[in-house]
Write a protein that binds this ligand. Structure first.
Ligand SMILES: [Zn+2]
Length: 174
């Protein structure tokens, strides 16, 4: 006799089918906070994995798909391939903004991937998206404000260079 799969079992099976189809290893743990989920690349640069909480409902399901999206969307991982260094204490606001904007792009791409491949998209899944994506947007806005503060004052008038030579010469001057 065939037993009917529960909805959670369908989601679990789908996530594992996707992972197998795209050669992604899933490590799903019982007690993992959602913010500790992640897409992991083996030091060999080829093997790929996802660490996330066990799939017990549609929200934990969509987190797994989102992390897979980081691997599988062309824009899902940008900072590594572009060799952008993570900001340090000494980094300028502009460097921080570059970093967070790339993160926002990665997030958007991973969510788009998840939305495309999910069996369906529910209000609860959208809530996870809105919350998670929102934290990145907030941080981006905060850092963008810092960069604005560094803009030159309104009455600042740069002296135009007369020629390329003139411009290069003026750049050497302090
Ligand atoms: Zn993400």
């Amino acid at each position: 006799m065939e037993t009917k799969m529960t909805e959670t079992e369908k989601l679990q099976r789908h996530a594992f089918e996707l992972a197998a189809a795209f050669s992604i290893r899933l490590l799903l743990m019982e007690e993992l906070p959602p913010e500790e989920a992640g897409a992991i690349v083996h030091p060999d640069g080829k093997r790929r994995g996802v660490v996330a909480r066990l799939i017990t409902d549609e929200t934990s399901y969509v987190v797994v798909l989102h992390e897979m999206g980081h691997h599988l969307s062309p824009w899902g991982m940008l900072r590594g391939p572009l060799r952008v260094m993570p900001p340090t204490e000494a980094s300028s606001a502009t460097d921080r903004l570059r970093w967070i904007r790339l993160m926002v792009e990665e997030e958007m791409a991973a969510w788009d991937w998840a939305k495309h491949y999910a069996l369906y998209w529910t209000a609860a899944m959208q809530q996870v998206h809105d919350y998670a994506y929102g934290t990145y947007l907030k941080e981006e806005a905060r850092i963008a404000d810092l960069v604005k503060l560094q803009e030159p004052p309104r009455n600042w008038k740069p002296k135009p260079a007369a020629s390329l030579d003139d411009l290069v010469r003026s750049m050497g001057r302090k």
